[in-house]
Write a protein of this length. Structure first.
Length: 110
C-alpha cells in the first residue's frame, strides 16, 4: 500500500453508553477508536457507515453545529443497531503554522 494523501483530520470515537452483552462485538463504555480515513480495527462495519458520513462533513469544511450540536467538532451518535452510544470528536492534524493543511505526497504512477 502506497498512501500518498496527507490526511488533515483525525477522529476519536468513544463508547459512552451501552453494555458488552448488548453488542455483537462486545463494545462497552470507555472503548475508544482513533482513526483518520480508514476503518479502525475492531470497529463495527454497520456503524462505521454512519460515522464515515459525519467524518466527511468535517473533511468537506462543515461542522456539527448545523446539526444542532453545541460543539463544532463533537457529536453524540448511536450505533446502527441502537444499543451502543458513541461520542465522535474531530481534531485537525498535519497543518502548517497558519492552520492550513499540508500538501499531499507524490501520487503513485499507475
Amino acid at each position: 500500500m502506497r498512501q500518498w494523501v496527507t490526511e488533515d483530520w483525525e477522529f476519536e470515537l468513544t463508547v459512552t453508553e451501552g453494555k458488552a452483552g448488548h453488542c455483537r462485538l462486545g463494545f462497552e463504555k470507555g472503548d475508544r477508536f482513533v482513526f483518520r480515513y480508514g476503518c479502525p480495527a475492531g470497529m463495527c462495519p454497520k456503524t462505521m457507515q454512519q460515522i464515515y458520513t459525519w467524518c466527511e462533513v468535517i473533511r468537506c469544511g462543515g461542522d456539527f453545529t448545523y446539526r444542532g450540536c453545541p460543539q463544532k467538532y463533537e457529536m453524540d451518535i448511536g450505533c446502527a443497531d441502537g444499543c451502543i452510544g458513541f461520542h465522535l470528536r474531530a481534531y485537525p492534524v498535519n497543518r502548517d503554522e497558519n492552520g492550513k493543511p499540508l500538501p499531499n505526497g507524490v501520487r503513485p504512477e499507475d
